[in-house]
Design a protein around this ligand. Structure first.
Ligand SMILES: [Zn+2]
Length: 331
């Protein structure tokens, strides 16, 4: 047996850039679609259904297993309460939804602004450890435009956070791009750096299939702390105790799958801003904790950002020219 491991909107009325009639519209799913799987950390079997939602809804979870009609848990930076090995949300009543980052990355990559996600347990199913299964779900459901314009968060000045040798920053840019650097003692990972401009529809091909990863020897510690109970070679890349060998029979999906997964996590964590970002993210060895701290630092400074609508075809169109395939119907 492969017992392994792994890994509100702040108020602003400042709309700028273009008139509403000319702006890119916000999007939601065309129809409801669901999946079932296990939670990476809880090990629980969980069913999740993504529903279309009207403009202004944002991304929200609804814990349907909570008595009294379900509990709403908003997917927003201010609701993030636990960042150990995953990004976990908690609402004011203490109801949690964990491991949201890979689903959030898929919603960001598919430019879904509004979605209600019914879930019957405390954690988003891990599926294969990447964002690809969620991207596939959204493509199967199809995507429709709503009448309301999409709102994006434009970075106006540099903000950064630091924790030892880990750093994360956001700087002004005409589109949305991510640079990530990691440096592990493990020779299977070592030093990796990746840059991607997500304004050109590259999320699906370059990032979405990168899986979460971890080390064989971390298993006992994580499980003792209630984590990685559902982790296996089916949903994580695992490196052996020597640090030099990937245990998965099929090897890696990309030669630098590790750093690409860190990009995926950052895209998902940053989508908890509540809208797409127009700016450049640079992460060095950082993870969920620093990603969330970066958003808290950004929104604490009203002069560092503004809400904006975006003209079609402009360089600032977040995730413009998306990876929408033939399976996606854009009304
Ligand atoms: Zn991840």
């Amino acid at each position: 047996m492969n017992n392994i491991v792994a890994d509100m909107l702040p108020g602003s009325s400042a709309l700028t850039s273009v008139s509403d009639s000319n702006a890119i519209r916000s999007r939601t799913l065309k129809t409801s679609i669901g999946c079932s799987g296990i939670g990476l950390h809880s090990g629980a079997k969980i069913t999740m259904v993504l529903h279309p939602a009207e403009a202004g809804t944002g991304i929200r979870f609804r814990r349907v297993d909570i008595a009294g009609g379900g509990a709403i848990v908003p997917a927003i930076w201010s609701a993030v309460h636990d960042t150990r090995m995953n990004s976990c949300l908690k609402n004011d009543d203490g109801v949690v939804v964990g491991t949201v980052e890979h689903l959030m990355a898929a919603l960001a990559g598919m430019q879904i602004d509004n979605c209600l996600i019914d879930i019957n347990g405390p954690e988003v199913p891990v599926m294969d450890g990447s964002a690809a299964p969620f991207l596939f779900l959204i493509e199967c459901a199809g995507v429709v435009e709503l009448s309301a314009p999409r709102q994006a968060i434009k970075i106006l000045k540099r903000v950064s956070v630091k924790d030892g040798d880990r750093t994360a920053s956001l700087t002004p840019s005409s589109g949305f791009s991510v640079r990530f650097e990691i440096d592990f003692a493990s020779s299977a990972i070592s030093r990796q750096e990746f840059f991607v401009n997500l304004s050109r529809g590259t999320f699906k091909s370059e990032i979405s299939r990168a899986r979460t990863f971890g080390f064989e020897q971390e298993v006992a510690y994580l499980r003792a702390n209630g984590l990685a109970r559902g982790g296996s070679l089916d949903n994580a890349v695992v490196i052996d105790s020597t640090g030099s060998r990937v245990l998965n029979d099929d090897g890696l999906r990309y030669p630098d799958e590790f750093v690409r997964h860190k990009v995926l996590d950052a895209v998902g964590d940053l989508y908890l801003a509540g809208a797409p970002l127009i700016g450049h993210f640079h992460g060095v060895r950082c993870g969920h904790a620093l990603n969330n701290q970066l958003l808290r630092t950004l929104f604490a400074d009203q002069t560092a950002w503004e809400m904006t609508t975006v003209a079609p075809g402009s360089a600032a169109a977040p995730f413009a020219a998306s990876s929408a395939s033939g399976a996606v119907a854009v009304a």
